[in-house]
Design a binder for this molecule. Structure first.
Ligand SMILES: [Zn+2]
Length: 158
């Protein structure tokens, strides 16, 4: 179950997503937290330059592979404003990171973008557990998901 620390980290993810939006990028933000609660790494989307693999969850997986032991990775938690896409879920699974807590789900994002008339992305949105069957995931959280929804409305100009 999510606790106060989980919600604090999720709120930080929404802040990072807001920073991305204000920098002209897609509103996604993520934080990697160690077993002892220390924030290890945080990032937001950097796809505006044209590289659409620059998702924060992918950066987290690569940072974790380079900087943490397998045991530290398994004990860490990834917080994110929006559920991982299949690329990021696969990276998460391959490097053996631990629990994922997301504010909004891929299903919500798909519905929001459809409502906004945004063309379907080239990569299908899937629940994380369809990509990483053993993943431990929590979310969405309605109040925070509504804030993420608002960021996507702003990004797509409505
Ligand atoms: Zn992704």
């Amino acid at each position: 179950m999510a606790n106060d620390a989980d919600l604090r980290h999720l709120r930080r993810c929404v802040e990072l997503a807001t920073e991305a939006l204000e920098a002209g990028d897609e509103p996604f933000g993520s934080v990697l937290v160690a077993a002892d609660g220390a924030v290890l790494f945080e990032d937001h989307n950097h796809v505006a330059g044209g590289d659409h693999t620059r998702h924060p969850e992918f950066e987290i997986a690569r940072w974790a592979a380079a900087n943490l032991t397998p045991e530290e990775r398994a004990a860490a938690t990834v917080y994110t404003s929006g559920e991982h896409c299949p690329m990021c879920a696969a990276a998460h699974g391959w490097v053996g990171l631990g629990r994922i807590v997301y504010a909004s789900s891929s299903g919500q994002l798909t519905a929001w973008l459809t409502d906004l008339g945004v063309p379907a992305p080239p990569v299908r949105a899937l629940p994380i557990q369809e990509v990483v069957p053993g993943a431990v995931v929590e979310g969405p959280f309605p109040a925070l998901a509504e804030r993420v929804h608002e960021l996507h409305r702003r990004f797509h100009g409505s």
